[in-house]
Design a binder for this molecule. Sequence first.
Ligand code: MN
Length: 323
Amino acid sequence: MPGPPSDVIRAVQNGQRFLVASHYNPDGDAIGATAAMGWLLTALGKQVDLYNRTGLPKTLDWVGLPAALSTAAPRGAYDAAFVLDCGDLERIGPELTAALDPKTIVNIDHHLGNPLFGAVNWIDPAYSSAGEMVADVARELGVPLTGGLAQAVYLSIVTDTGYFSYSNTGPRSLETAAELLRLGLDTAALNASIQNQWSLERIHLWSESLGRATLYCNGQLGLIRIMTADLVRTGTTVEDCEGLINFVARVRGVRVAVSLREHPGLVKFSLRSNGAFNVQAIAAEFGGGGHRNAAGGHVPGSVEHAETALVAACAKHLEQEPA
Ligand SMILES: [Mn+2]
């Protein structure tokens, strides 16, 4: 398994002043990779600024950072700007794109189809997460995976692999996690910090939405609807809907899970499947996209209309590909 290319290692070694950034509306890997790269550079005695357009989400405000995570686009010049976990440059936001010298961008990412927007590009979908890539840079440079660096790498790996349950979990993910444990990381405490971040409002939303879950197609299709009124009534936001669909997929016999979320004038849909059943092909019929097991898009009109259209499309695919 190839590790970090020499031009990435050289960018770290040869520079002194660095920027580290990831995509806005950051998930665990975006924050984990940002923090990990920050800790790594700090350990090497380098100067580092951290940037995220929308900042640290409330659920991750406990993450240890080597410097403040700024939401203001940086001025000043950097020897290199590490852009992590961004499937395209748009994901860091227009403010930073305008502020950066393109010749300094080092693009480190694990998304297939990354358009290589950096002056240096290290794209490898064999890695579970951007944080796992940073761990290999640390190894290469002899920086031990301890302290804040260890926590950040672990956060990246477990959030992007769903605690080692998704198909992107590679031998390297487990080996890196094993090394973190061996070096003393308290994973039980960290798991609690990562997972126990729900609000009571979120529980109420999930309870309402899952309480109305419906099965179609002889139990092979599970569907939930999230109405704008649900969010208003429970005092929640769209972020609180993340992960809801996975519970519908857990119903025995369900081969495709569908979630519908009401928007002004349209309905956003998400589809999930396991194994060979391809939901990307279904999403594509509505102009959407994604992967074989996770896809989405939107349909104009009401939730009722979207439900009828998506159930019909899924039924057709379920018939074409019997279990
Ligand atoms: Mn990622």
